[in-house]
Ligand binder design. Structure first.
Ligand SMILES: Cc1ncc(COP(=O)(O)O)c(C=O)c1O
Length: 389
């Protein structure tokens, strides 16, 4: 006979008292409720290449279904090391410097947990991806928030320098940047490198959108600058690159001493990542065009979307990389960002994310983030609705 709980559950003290339901979950629920086109959450509404599915299926049929090595299967680690060397010119040892993770999210948490001790300071550049701050809190670290320049979202090096103290253990970098869609230039990366050179600060470089950089610009990986590579955990995500966000497979490359510490936490966290997908991805990576052609694929969607947005009263901000497009809605509404996005979802039928959600203090700029990783018909249907604004 099943029983229902009658005895009291012991109270617990939350490790993350500030965390509630995220804006992404709320907006997706609202979008569904109101039949809105969901350009809020950042994932494709189209499927991946069937050839990738066949490769994973083949791996399963071949019986590659048991625990893989803790660090990831050798063919995938080798494929990652080859790609990083070909694109960024830094050779990571596939055995001792590449680790396959359960998406970038787990890679970033693990990097933070392995190097941040209670009381250590970690610099985050706001606006930033929502997992960074809770990750630092879980490690007992102190979050030091430095804003990117309002308006341009470029790094403010004077502010970063002013935030550095003897207790700074790490800095979290994200380029191409979610949510602003800016991409750090080579000069900016060099400047960061010079700033960190006299310190022991580690860099956690979140590069999940590395293959989505537009208009002929190139992604400047922390791996491509030797002085940064020596102090960096460089994180990427197969989910973003191959349109399979639900698979949750990513990787981290880092110098051997950093990787050794990373793996101590990884081993007792997820231990390892599912086997057939790793083999499928390794085989798929043998063809570089699958990631090299991604920028052109998304640039076409970006241009289609921007051309349509130009016909609306929204002001279109630059989108140098990622699959996000920010818009300034000050000509349309005086509402605060969260209220505007709610109104847009309910009344106009397009779900967006308020930029204030990426700031701890909810900083307001009358900017909303839209995701264009969608089928053309989805984008066109959203544009038809936005033209009514
Ligand atoms: C900046 C950034 N980092 C990390 C992630 C998480 O990547 P994954 O799905 O591989 O965990 C995302 C996903 O939206 C992201 O935008």
């Amino acid at each position: 006979m099943p029983t229902t709980a009658t005895a009291p559950t012991p109270p617990l003290k939350s490790r993350l008292p500030q965390v509630g339901t995220t804006i992404f979950t709320l907006m997706s629920a609202l979008a569904q409720q109101h039949g809105a086109v969901n350009l809020g959450q950042g994932f494709p509404d189209f499927d991946c290449d069937p050839a990738l599915l066949d490769l994973v299926n083949a791996a399963m049929r071949e019986g590659l279904n048991q625990y893989p090595p803790m660090t990831g299967v050798a063919p995938l680690r080798t494929a990652v090391a080859r790609k990083v060397e070909a694109l960024y010119g830094h050779r990571y040892d596939a055995d001792s410097e590449v680790t396959i993770t359960a998406g970038a999210t787990q890679a970033i948490l693990t990097a933070v947990l392995c190097c941040v001790h209670p009381g250590d300071e970690v610099i985050v550049l706001e606006p930033c991806y929502d997992s960074y701050a809770p990750n630092i809190e879980l490690a007992g670290g102190v979050i030091v928030r430095v804003p990117l320049t309002p308006g341009s979202f470029r790094p403010d090096f004077a502010a970063i320098e002013a935030a550095i103290t003897p207790r700074t253990r790490a800095l979290m970098l994200n380029s191409p940047h979610n949510p602003s869609a800016t991409v750090w230039t080579a000069a900016e990366m060099q400047r960061l490198s010079a700033l960190l050179a006299p310190t022991d600060i580690l860099l956690i470089s979140d590069e999940v959108y590395e293959h989505m950089v537009y208009d002929g610009a190139r992604h400047v990986s922390a791996a491509s600058i030797p002085a940064l590579a020596a102090r960096s955990f460089v994180v990427s995500s197969f989910g973003k690159t191959y349109h399979v966000t639900g698979w949750k497979v990513g990787y981290v490359v880092a110098p051997e001493p950093l990787t050794a510490e990373f793996r101590k936490v990884h081993q007792f966290n997820v231990f390892t990542v599912n086997t057939p997908m790793q083999h499928g991805l390794a085989r798929y990576m043998a063809e570089p065009k699958h990631y090299l052609e991604l920028a052109a694929f998304y640039q076409r969607k970006r241009d289609l979307f921007r051309a349509g947005l130009a016909q609306t009263r929204l002001r279109v901000l630059p989108s140098e990389g990622t699959y996000f497009q920010c818009v300034d809605y000050s000509r349309v509404s005086g509402l605060r960002e969260a209220e505007f996005c709610e109104w847009l979802t309910k009344e106009v039928g397009v779900a967006a994310i308020p930029l204030s959600a990426f700031y701890a203090d909810g900083y307001e700029q009358q900017i909303a983030r839209l995701c264009f990783a969608k089928r053309d018909e989805t984008l066109l249907s959203a544009l038809t609705r936005l033209q009514k604004l």
